[in-house]
Unconditional design. Sequence first.
Lengths: 518, 402
Amino acid sequence: MSKQYDALVIGAGHNGLACAAKLARAGKKVMVVEANAELGGLAATTEFAEGFKASVAHTLPQLTDKLVKDLELHKHGFSFASEHLETLGLKEDGSDALRVTGDTVTGVSQDQVDAYKRYSAQMQKFAKAIAAFWQKKPPMIGDKSWASVSTGIQFGLNLRLLGKTDMREFTRMIALPAQDVMDEQFEDEHLKAVLAWDYTMGNKLAPRSPNNAMINWLYRLAGDASGFNKLPIAKGGMKGLIDALAASATSAGAVIKTNAAVKKVVVDEETATAVGVELADGEVVHAKAIISNADPKTSFIKLLGTRYIDIQFTHRINRTRTDGQTAKMHIAIKGEPKFNGVSRADGRMIIAPKMSYIENAFDSSKYGEIAQDPAMEIVVPTMHDASLAPEGHHVISITIPNVPYKVKAGWETEKANLQSAILNKLEAYAPGIKDQIVASDLLTPVDLESRYNVTGGHWHHGELALDAWWMNRPTYEASQYKTPIDGFYLCGAGAHPGGGVMGAAGSNAADVVLAASK
Amino acid sequence: MLTIDAKDQGNHIDLRLQQSPFFPRIKELCLSEQWTEWNGYQTPTYFLDSYIEYYATRNTCAVFDVSPMKKYIIEGPDAEVMMNRLTVRDVRKQKVGRVTYTVWCTDEGRIIDDGTLFRLAEDKFMLCAADPNLDWLELGAIGMDVTVYENSYDMAALALQGPTSCALLKKLGFTGIENAKPFDIMYFPFEGGELMISRTGFTGDLGYELWVDPNDALALWDALFSTGFEYGIRAMGDESLDMARIEAGLLAPAVEFNSALHTVEFRHDQTPFELGLDWMVNFKKPSFSGREALLKEKEQGPKWKLVKLDFEGQKSAQGSLLYADRKCTKEIGYVTSGMWSSVVKASIGYGFVKAEYADGPIFAEIYYQKEMRWYQKVVEGRKHEGAFWWPDRARQTPPADT
Ligand SMILES: Cc1cc2nc3c(=O)[nH]c(=O)nc-3n(C[C@H](O)[C@H](O)[C@H](O)COP(=O)(O)OP(=O)(O)OC[C@H]3O[C@@H](n4cnc5c(N)ncnc54)[C@H](O)[C@@H]3O)c2cc1C
């Protein structure tokens, strides 16, 4: 059978594109097929109202310098609209927002400022100790290859190099609930809530949930494209980054096809090897490596088909927790938004006055209900990039955690309920804003699922927690981008290191495919 | 549908054993009042004397109530695909109207259970196993376009085994049954409904299994026992069945193997290669659950081996430890099943031994009692290939009338 391509990537999410670019730049003949009309998946930029553009993911805390350099993204048009957004803890009473940036914080007492400095220094140490591991394929138990063994040894060594006290602290803190970490470090309730924010984002977790906290937070700190612990946004919106990734791939010869959903992976029945894909229109494309950017459940159960994989392996994939917990709302407004206690709405604004506020919203979601006091993360990208809205207008991009995938009363009615809860809260912190609204677009986890072809609409394509991390992401026997089926690979957020716009899964997967083709 | 619901029984503490649709007749005949439990059913250990019942399977015919057996239906467009992946044999080759004996394994290639797979239609199978397997079937159905359900309570079944079984069925009017080849399925009208008869069984002799609507169960029993009188029919219990299956070279769950889903100790379960079921594992199938692990096992060889042994002397070796030398200095395994076989006229059994000793001499250290006093002796067990008892009539179609 003649192979049309060396590699075929299913899905043009940023990871699929990063994978394709890396492979194409290494001389491979690559095709990318994307179900949607737009590139980028959960980082795609859509025009949600005439002249107003926004994306589901809005900030780039995890983007790495290495990816930008490896794929020459600057050359292909990528740049930052802002290298860093300050994090602002909004106050409902109109007093000055609490401001966090780098290792400084304002709006809290001096002892809290000092505590934050100490905390930042420690987190930076931890983050550095494990930083390298996001960029490497994880080791595998039973895998005696040097790459596997050395990664394991190095991980241990890096932790050891932290020094005895810090290493012990690391192992103590790694699975603590965010609330415990915050309570032992700080007094200020608002500061705690703002700092706990990134510990749980994207997952079905809240400050009190165990088995999570620091992994998620340290992961958020993995990016260094604009410096350590920075929160950059791309010029031209996420589209700026996605277009650069696509250009990096196509300039090296990769072919990208949109509106081309893969119906199934074609498997050679004699050898049980993945040899191609069949598109929705019946076209079959053959390739030596089939690399899926789709989430693991979609990849194995829908596209590959469970007939080719073992039962317990299938069961583990089927059990990955994929119910999304985060919603998105884009709002088009006339004029500039004005938030209480903030002179310019140019930071990342968080509505979460204390940790119990987040926890209460989480409690509602746990029981399939809509929280009437939602916690929210608000960014106004147009404050940094006017190209995303018509003149004199702005786009408000809101991320809402603690929104259940399954709602008891059904999304037909609850979507309006969620929308009014969000808008009411927004109005409380930015009085008068409701009158400025010209259009809006609310995406519940269920909407995200159907619009972006991601099971559960999950931020990470499946919870990022200790049981689904590193050697176990998405599960053992598929944690090195390879799968039990020859020729079939994973390259999306469901693989190590997880989601967030980072490109590490895509890039690591490309390394594995390249190594296999040698 | 006959449902047996704990709630119907009123009191969850006073949860009695269930009784099969044949129970009223079984109870009448079970003079011994010796009962055992099987899948929650009250099952006779023996009716009067297990040897008499066993002789019936070898000389006339005997009936064993297999209603407590777990029966599952797998139905839908992916039924073949699902069963082909779940079991180790090539189900694509199994024709409609045929039964196969098969096993299914974990991803690590360890046996979960064995059973018989009935192909009822292109897109419909029935899986019969001695133990519950619904959980595993449901896992096996993930991503498959199939419906899986248990129909244990919707089907009563009797095994009719022994040299006169075919003749008796013919006499009952099931004309054409003599043309059923081993592992064939046939259907006959019965009591206004349908009776499914498969030429299958657990005795290694000529025999059939009769699958009937529970509402017609007693009618079937009565027909068999009235007409069967001339054919020497007898009801048989658990003990005699066990003797017959050992002679026949058949494996018993929780005796020769331990379900991999239930073992606690590492590797206290078994692989098909360890049990000598190599012939069954079809590596021509590109994918089935456990394939990769089993391929590795095939290449490296199993760690243990089940061997059939013919022991010196007359004492049953049941429960003995096995050694590589007569002095019993090198322990190499144990006897899983042993008996004195009157048809083979030998002390026979199965030994489970470490693979590296399977080809060398094997000795059993037997403890036995005479009028309460214990004795010990060491006997050699010679390896035996194939079943100990597999008469021509078990293979002939049509079988000779006896
Ligand atoms: C509400 C929300 C807010 C977020 N905010 C941020 C943020 O601010 N910063 C951040 O860094 N991260 C954020 N994230 C996370 C981030 O967006 C994702 O983790 C990341 O975009 C995943 O990238 P990916 O390439 O792995 O997968 P995806 O972006 O999901 O791409 C997968 C692609 O595969 C395609 N596909 C699937 N099936 C098929 C098929 N059968 N045929 C063809 N194509 C197919 C899909 O259409 C899609 O384009 C957010 C996530 C959510 C849900």
